[in-house]
Write a protein of this length. Structure first.
Length: 313
């Protein structure tokens, strides 16, 4: 597909049942995503495929439902309290991630870096969304690990529907990939619905500290009057999808690219040292303590490298 994109900015791929149009033309992308965005919905076909897993979440719906979901997500994610909370959460889990990688490097142990990034992203996203520690990086929470595994399988089986033209029959008979999807969906749903129930009871207790309650997104939604478990579940699933794989994939490709280009790696390391006033032998905790908005604003080369990673990969 990459080779085709080099030859033709827009091209069509045909098969027996469907045809797909791919484009890398910036003018087309702008037209689809901005100029005439309302004209290009997902439609019933994709909703049918995605709705079992994502319900009426932002990735499955169109029109007013999509606008509402986007507004809710944007309003919550852009508030100062959530931004401050999420920043602290990602820093804490970043330190934990760095320690695991450092220990593996010290002991000359090979690690599956993308899997580790997936776990780190999930730990952070769940903490921001639900206010709980699942610690899949260290594997201390068996229930959370079951949820994580089930959620990954659920997404995989949902995407498989796009190429499996018999999935509706399998769903009706509860066999094959659809039986796997249903089983994974049950595990993921039970985990999230139990947390919603517990959080609803906690938020409903007037004796709870207001500041603590409003730190995670689920608590904020409950306090704003959004109490429908299915509605909350759909938002949570969608935000986990939005934050987990995208973050982990970008980090994985970033590490891959800087390993291929050690000169770029050294420039990034030097910029971090200069921005934080730290030395090569500084500890992970010292680095974390010096990572502030001010120091991060000085790491323009790092931002450029991450942006270029997203563009290339």
């Amino acid at each position: 597909m990459t080779e085709l994109a080099f030859k033709n900015k827009t091209y069509r791929v045909l098969n027996l049942f469907q045809n797909y149009v791919f484009t890398t033309d910036p003018a087309n992308v702008e037209y689809f995503l901005k100029t005439n965005f309302a004209n290009y919905g997902r439609g019933l076909y994709l909703y049918t495929i995605l709705s079992d897993g994502l319900g009426d979440g932002i990735f499955a719906v169109d029109g007013e439902k999509w606008v509402h979901q986007r507004k809710v997500a944007s309003n919550e994610l852009l508030t100062k309290s959530v931004r401050d909370f999420s920043g602290a959460v990602f820093k804490t889990h970043g330190v934990k991630l760095a320690r695991i990688i450092s220990e593996a490097a010290t002991s000359d142990q090979a690690i599956e870096i993308q899997d580790l990034f997936m776990k780190a992203a999930l730990d952070s996203i769940v903490k921001v969304l639900l206010g709980i520690e699942v610690d899949t990086m260290n594997g201390t929470n068996e229930e959370a690990i079951r949820f994580s595994n089930a959620f990954d399988v659920l997404n995989e089986m949902t995407l498989y529907r796009c190429v499996d033209f018999s999935w509706k029959i399998k769903k009706l008979l509860n066999i094959g990939s659809e039986a796997t999807l249903r089983k994974s969906l049950k595990v993921a749903d039970e985990f999230v619905y139990n947390l919603i129930k517990s959080k609803t009871e906690t938020v409903g207790n007037s004796g709870d500290d207001l500041h603590v309650k409003r730190r995670d997104i689920l608590s904020r939604l409950l306090e704003s009057g959004q109490t429908d478990p299915k509605y909350l579940r759909d938002i949570i699933f969608s935000l986990v999808v939005a934050g987990k794989d995208t973050t982990a994939s970008t980090l994985t490709w970033f590490i891959y690219m800087v390993c291929k280009h050690p000169d770029i790696q050294e420039k990034i390391a030097q910029e971090v040292r200069e921005a934080t006033n730290l030395k090569d032998n500084s500890s992970i905790d010292e680095l974390a303590d010096n990572l502030t908005e001010e120091t991060l604003s000085k790491m323009q080369y790092l931002v450029a490298a991450l942006t270029e990673t997203s563009r290339l990969c």
